[in-house]
Design a protein around this ligand. Structure first.
Ligand SMILES: [Zn+2]
Length: 172
């Protein structure tokens, strides 16, 4: 897919990913993006979206390889023009990379949670590692209550489940 089809935006994973990446205005730009390569100024004119916003969105899309440009030089003036196209065929790959990144971040947190003992304040819920809590004599730094050992087994299980689900989605 060189341009985004309305049905692609019905896919919640794709929509949420793009929304987080480029915002509502960016999605509008993608929807109205010309099918042939154009300069940023032409794109702004065609889509009715202001030039700064067009440039900002193009830059973000470029970083994720969802847009590409071709540079041409005017032989008379020596000016450079950048002609842009969307590369929405890279969307699946970009989504995968995003999910892999998120899954790795969760796995790192899981390792940390598994390798540490935690203490929690029964009053405000502040949670500290054993080392930090010991430094404070097991007194909550927020409200001065005593902190007690926090069993994070359920949290670990939930985290494991989430990571497992993400990894399975990535294999599909
Ligand atoms: Zn507290």
């Amino acid at each position: 897919m060189s341009s985004l089809k309305p049905k692609d935006l019905k896919n919640p994973a794709i929509y949420q990913y793009l929304l987080k990446l480029v915002g509502e205005e960016g999605i509008d730009l993608i929807k109205r993006f010309p099918t042939e390569e154009r300069s940023d100024e032409e794109i702004a004119e065609i889509t009715g979206i202001n030039l700064n916003s067009v440039r900002h969105t193009l830059y973000i899309l470029y970083e994720k390889r969802l847009a590409e440009y071709r540079r041409i030089k005017d032989n008379e003036t020596g000016w450079l023009t950048y002609l842009w196209v969307l590369k929405m065929e890279n969307l699946t790959q970009a989504l995968k990379e995003e999910m892999t990144f998120a899954s790795e971040k969760l796995s790192a947190r899981l390792r940390f949670d598994r390798n540490n003992d935690f203490y929690q304040c029964g009053s405000c819920g502040k949670t500290l590692t054993f080392n930090d809590a010991m430094t404070l004599n097991f007194v909550c730094p927020e409200c001065g209550e005593n902190m007690s050992h926090f069993d994070n087994e359920l949290l670990l299980k939930a985290l494991e489940k989430r990571i497992d689900k993400m990894n399975r989605a990535l294999e599909d």
